[in-house]
Each structure stands twice: as structure tokens, then as C-alpha cells.
Design a protein around this ligand. Sequence first.
Ligand code: SAM
Length: 170
Amino acid sequence: MIAVLRLGHRVGRDVRITTHICLAARALGAEKVFLSGEKDESVIKSIEGVVKRWGGRFEVEYRKDWRAVMKGWKGKTVHLTMYGEPLNDKLGILRKEKDLLVIVGAEKVPSEVYRNANFNISVSGQPHSEVAALAVFLDRLFEGKELEKRFSGAKLRIVPQAHGKLIEER
Ligand code: SAM
């Protein structure tokens, strides 16, 4: 199982980017997001609505205590940071793991996260965004196969078109 831990959510300021973390995580093969920082029902509700309409198994859970999430995780923990080891160098060992907790930050990530994560991984050594870092990480981890994932129980499904939009409703 691949889960994501989103650190340091701030109500108001981070709503859009935290929602995008959850959407990208779901679309690209993760099964769960732990939200930490300030509690924000609006993000959780909006993702629950997406899951209801677009299907699949995906959950968002608020956990104030991110240390407990890291400590309690049964597999390996991977902190995404531009200061970490290059993703391409570590893909081989990461792909062998069954359960990964992928940690992404907001403004300032506590040094404890750098110390305690099993891996600190950079998605290029340039500053960019947690959504981009997560998306590239998942895509590389799954080697692009996540793009073909089927979402069971969906009420809505896109019928791919060369031009225009077609949605099938069930
Ligand atoms: N200077 C901040 C810090 O203390 O890490 C960077 C904050 S950045 C806006 C928010 C998050 O995006 C980071 O915590 C990290 O998870 C992710 N991120 C940004 N650039 C990254 C990169 N090149 N590789 C991996 N993750 C990155």
C-alpha cells in the first residue's frame, strides 16, 4: 500500500494545494492520505465527494500527530525533499517495498522528519512543489502503469476522445 502524509496543512492558505495532493495521490495509485497540521473538514469532504463519483478505494484521514503516523507505519517512510538523494538512484530499492509512506511538506519541515525517514528523496535538486514531487515520484515508482488503473464502482467515467468531452454516467 502506498499512503501519503501531508505535513503542516494551513486552513485557508493550503486548501487548494492540499486538495491537489489528495487528487494526485488518488489518481496516480496511492490509497490513502493522512492530513496533518490544521484540521480541515472542507478538504476531506471534497475528496470524499470525488471518490463517491469517480470510484476506487481511497481515504483521507486527519491525524494531528504526524509523529504517531510515522512511528506506526509498518513499511518504509520516504520524505520528498529537494535536499535528499536523487530519485533515480533509489528507485530500484523503493520498488521492492510493499508499503511506503510518502511524506510531503508545506512551508518548513521539522528536522526530525529528515532524521527519522528511512529515505530522503529528491525529485530533482530544484525547489518546486509538493504536488509535482508526489506526482513524479508515484509515476516513476509505478513506471507509468498507474495511468491505466481502473476505479471500481465509479458513477462517472471518461470516454477518451481525440476532441471534445464525453462522460459516461452509471
Ligand atoms: N524549503 C522547504 C523545506 O523546508 O523543505 C520546501 C517547501 S516546498 C514549497 C513544499 C514541499 O514540496 C517540500 O516539503 C517537499 O515535500 C516538496 N518538494 C519541493 N521541491 C522538491 C524537490 N525538488 N524534490 C522533492 N520534494 C520537493
